[in-house]
Design a protein around this ligand. Sequence first.
Ligand code: OAD
Length: 238
Amino acid sequence: MKDLVERLYGARSVLALTGSGMSAESGLPTFRGVGGLWHSHRVEELASPDGFARDPVLVWTWYNERNAAHRRARPNAGHYALATLETAVRDFTLATQNVDSLHLRAGSQNLIELHGNLREARCDRCGERRSLDAYGMPIDAIAHGCGGRMRPDIVWFGEALPREAWKKAEAAAARADVILVIGTSAVVYPAAALATHYTSRAFVAEINPENTAISAGVDCVLRGTAAELLPRIVEALP
Ligand code: OAD
């Protein structure tokens, strides 16, 4: 940890990449691993354009449940620590794969939501948007007036990331002195590439209680949870 704190102290530019493990201590399940969402749910039914075309009601029922769980959850000490770290670093970017809005609620400002969010639905034909409240998408309003269907404003498997968001994240990775990789198994691309492919000089630190696809290649591995380690790192900064 001492090494990482020193690097952070001297850093002009920092990128943090987060995944679902970031919100585990807020009570939200991760995707892979024991108890992960993709163990009890079929990803191709729920998180793909084909699955949505086949059964939009099933897909929205699931995302409405997730939306309600996100709103019941609270940001944890790790989310708040990242928001605090942002105020201490001149150029700080937070790229998250999470769609739960917890970074936003914790006060992070320069936030890139790589996989979108569940605050809005958008029409898959005309692109019109509507905001979602705690109840989510009314099932009887899925069919849109233009003949399209309202879908969650998130990125599904097989879909490209939002162009501007990705360009911004790539640039942040390329100029970063330190990259923090927190709570992600780092197997879903292109997001995972931010930690490994866009920088040859950044000090890359992983914060995760488990071994991941990138553990062997990073500069520093801190084995522990986001809510436990991130506040300690931020407190240790001079
Ligand atoms: P995964 O479920 O693949 O990985 C979660 C990671 O979090 C694992 O490496 C865990 O060890 C770690 N973890 C668990 N608890 C933690 C804690 N308290 N603190 C820190 N780390 C912890 O989730 P993601 O990597 O986010 O995409 O998955 C990436 C993408 O795959 C998601 O954005 C989603 C999913 O399918 C889409 O839906 C498009």
